[in-house]
Ligand binder design. Structure first.
Ligand SMILES: [Fe+2]
Length: 438
């Protein structure tokens, strides 16, 4: 099953093209990488009441995030232990006090434990009590951090705190931007298919060199229209959001990059394209009342650009959006773009977040489709076997390490190298449930 030693495919700031095109390597990512890492599943506000569920996938594995009787949230596999039927369809809803398989009516408590099997007499002396099925639905290691739900499929592996470390400060900042210290998912995400490898989308998040080139035609047009109109008066929200994409190279260099161990990192250590948004007085007053003037100012000044939570989630705390790149195949990725409401904040902030999501993150937007075109061209171009290596050497120095928090120039491709370093690390075989029981 093992394709190759993954460490042979990442070397000195270069990555082998097979990482983007090879099916066997993709399968290895699903069985190893996506099992070894803590992967984002969903937000607690998606399942407010007991029995509420949200069905999704971690890598290729169908899972359910479900609210328990005691108020906690658990992640379990979406598979009836009887004959394998998915207990709920992908999406969300409520199972009430228990799951009931639609095929043979086996029932399970919301924590996955077996509640009842019809025709119990038929299992007498069948060996059922020793069977896999008698254990109920298999659970997954779950950790909730400030309402964000993560899970690790591997039975053994890195702990949550060790995996994320200081990178959790981006989640902190997004939550702290609520005067009540609480977020709510605002409706369904934008969901769309990209015909490219999932890692291209992750790379793009800290690729500070592309906006002035790939987005020149779209964002540049907004600037032109705004300047031709006289650039007078308060900027319309759409102009305020799109104009920073036209910033010059120096802006992105100075903006800075911070890397954390295990493939996490962010752009915008000093400022970012989100720094100069207009904030309604009603909101800053509410923040000052909640945190005090000094702390409120510190929270709002921390306007990080994109944070990558390795392997496949990215977050913009300052605009309250989250993107999840769900791998479906080496050349197919389902992208979900979520928007959050800051509890206790005026609707104008949610309006800007929703506008940002439509305008920047959607492939039918004026910005997102620039990126999509580049990903899909790269997916095609990487078929060229005569050039097997993909280059990430901007500001690379041999011996570069990623095992501590570090600051870098904003034009470095270091965060992408950090991701591929973590890719090698977490591609080692995962400890699956099956292996533990054997
Ligand atoms: Fe872009």
């Amino acid at each position: 099953m093992t394709y190759a030693d993954p460490s042979d495919l990442v070397r000195g700031g270069e990555v082998h093209r097979d990482l983007f095109v090879d099916q066997k390597l993709f399968d290895q990512e699903m069985s190893n990488l996506f099992a070894n890492c803590w992967v984002y599943v969903g937000h607690e506000s998606q399942v407010p009441k007991r029995g509420d569920y949200y069905a999704t996938t971690i890598g290729s594995q169908p899972v359910i995030m479900v609210r328990q009787k005691d108020g906690t949230v658990k992640v379990i596999y979406n598979r009836c232990p009887h004959r394998g039927v998915q207990l709920v369809n992908e999406g969300h809803g409520s199972v009430g006090p228990m799951f009931r398989c639609p095929y043979h009516a086996w029932t399970f408590n919301t924590d996955g434990s077996l509640f009842g099997v019809p025709v119990k007499d038929g299992y007498k002396e069948s060996g059922f009590s020793e069977s896999c099925a008698s254990h109920g639905i298999e659970g997954v290691a779950t950790h909730v951090y400030r309402q964000f739900v993560f899970a690790r499929l591997a039975r053994e592996g890195i702990g949550f705190e060790e995996f994320f470390g200081e990178s959790l400060t981006t989640i902190d900042n997004m939550v702290d931007r609520s005067p009540e210290g609480r977020l709510e998912v605002a409706g369904a995400p934008l969901r769309y298919m990209h015909y490219c490898n999932w890692k291209m989308l992750v790379d793009n998040q800290t690729d500070t060199f592309h906006p002035m080139i790939a987005h020149e035609s779209s964002a540049g047009t907004v600037r032109k229209i705004w300047e031709e109109s006289g650039a007078q008066g308060p900027k319309p929200m759409v102009v305020e959001v799109v104009l920073p994409f036209t910033a010059k190279h120096e802006f992105y260099v100075e903006m800075g990059i911070r890397t954390w161990p295990n493939g996490h990192g962010h752009t915008g250590t000093k400022y970012s394209i989100h720094s100069d948004y207009t904030l309604p007085k009603e909101y800053t007053d509410a923040m000052e009342a909640a945190y005090g003037a000094e702390r409120a100012e510190a929270i709002l000044q921390e306007a990080r650009h994109n944070t990558v939570y390795f392997p496949n989630m990215t977050m913009k705390g300052a605009i309250q959006t989250l993107r999840l790149f769900k791998p479906l195949g080496p050349d197919r990725t389902l992208v979900e773009s979520w928007v959050f409401r800051l509890a206790g904040a005026p609707d104008e902030l949610l309006e800007r977040s929703a506008l940002y999501n439509r305008l920047i993150n959607s492939p039918t937007s004026i910005v997102g489709h620039d990126d999509l075109e580049m990903y899909e061209r790269a997916q095609q171009g990487l078929k060229v076997s005569a050039t097997p290596w993909v280059n990430y050497q901007r500001e690379f120095h041999p011996g570069e390490r990623y095992d501590s928090t570090q600051l870098w120039s904003g034009q470095s491709e270091v965060q992408m190298r950090n991701q591929y370093d973590a890719w090698v690390k977490f591609m080692k075989p995962a400890v699956s449930g099956e292996e533990v029981q054997a």
